[in-house]
Write a protein that binds this ligand. Structure first.
Ligand code: SF4
Length: 353
């Protein structure tokens, strides 16, 4: 029997929705906040552990609700320290999250969809096509499962969340927003907005809404400086061309003085020339931003070549000379297909569970 069809998964609910849910059970609003303070504590798996709730109410909750979690977790560790997690969903689909430990932080890259409809030509997730959106619970459960794993393996606390895994987060907007509400709610997972980054390929209307409705960081996958090349790499550009994308970035509502992060993957002979770097500097002139450069991860069957280190450094120098903050990002987890654009939920078997 499908439990989810009968009962409400409380991991799908923000604080506000939880309050409405308990009110529908004839309980006062504060009970919703009380329950929320329990749901995301490590080790809480059923309502009998919520000891400050009346026994009768716990029994009602048991009949009408449940708290989903990822039990079926497969783990693979990379030589460079990245850890890839795969979770089997109720319908048998597999999604992946990647933990990237660094000296001063533990960043988790989470998925927002099974597959992706955006079809970026350098991305294995895009090559899968689109299967479905993740529910809010499936998004937050990635965070809960990896948090529990880092605690159990003495790896420290999760500090940062980036929505850069499988899928285009802004194409699953409502569930993304609810997941962000739970992640940042003090009684929920209690992450600061400053520690959450949503990355998009450039869905302009949703970018505008994100700026209006949240205070998280925005990262934009740019990857080209003219429409001809960008449309070839990223079909979304035909819908929202570069001028429109840059305009929404320029006016992106930032509640604090935060800078947008532009991601630019360098593809040999396609977007990595000196002229491209100069044009990029020109394009971003009016946008408070930082730039991340990444040499493409060729992956199996990729049509693209990675430029040499010298080319990447030269590209960076041109931008820096024009006053930009530019980082060169190294792709982590290549040996376990956990690097950028490599997540495709493939190659897992039961022995890794
Ligand atoms: Fe989708 Fe992102 Fe891959 Fe593009 S790069 S196909 S938006 S997952």
């Amino acid at each position: 029997m499908n439990v989810a069809a009968k009962k409400t998964d409380l991991k799908n609910l923000t604080q506000e929705q939880l309050v409405r849910f308990v009110e529908s059970l004839g309980q006062p609003a504060f009970r919703g906040r009380q329950i929320l303070a329990w749901i995301y504590r490590p080790g809480i798996i059923d309502f009998t552990q919520m000891t400050d709730l009346a026994k009768e109410f716990r029994a009602i909750l048991t009949q009408s609700a449940f708290m989903s979690r990822f039990d079926d977790c497969m783990v693979e560790c990379s030589r460079d320290g990245a850890v890839k997690f795969a979770f089997r969903l109720d319908d048998g689909q597999i999604i992946e999250s990647v933990l990237i430990p660094e000296e001063d932080r533990n960043t988790l890259c989470v998925s927002s969809q099974v597959g992706c409809a955006m079809g970026c030509s350098f991305c294995l997730t895009g090559a899968m096509g689109f299967c479905r959106n993740l529910t809010t619970a499936e998004i937050v459960n990635q965070v809960c499962a990896v948090r529990d794993w880092t605690l159990a393996h003495d790896k420290g606390l999760l500090t940062n969340i980036v929505f850069m895994g499988m899928g285009e987060p802004l194409a699953n907007f409502d569930n993304l927003l609810d997941a962000i509400a739970i992640l940042t709610e003090q009684r929920g997972l209690d992450f600061s907005n400053r520690r959450i980054t949503v990355s998009t390929c450039g869905l302009v209307p949703q970018m505008r809404r994100l700026g209006e409705e949240t205070d998280v960081n925005l990262a934009v996958s740019l990857h080209a400086v003219n429409d001809e090349v960008r449309s070839r790499l990223m079909p979304v550009n035909k819908r929202y061309p570069i001028a429109e994308l840059i305009e929404v970035c320029r006016t992106y509502r930032q509640k604090r003085r935060k800078r947008i992060m532009f991601e630019y993957t360098l593809l040999q002979g396609i977007n990595d020339s000196d002229a491209d770097a100069v044009q990029l500097a020109e394009l971003l002139r009016e946008v408070p931003c930082k730039i991340n450069l990444l040499a493409v991860n060729p992956g199996s069957g990729s049509a693209y070549q990675s430029p040499g280190e010298e080319r990447v450094l030269c590209f960076q120098r041109i931008l820096r000379d024009r006053g930009y903050t530019v980082f060169i990002r190294t792709s982590r987890g290549e040996d376990i297909s956990a690097a950028c654009g490599q997540l495709a939920g493939k190659g897992w078997n039961e022995e890794q569970a």
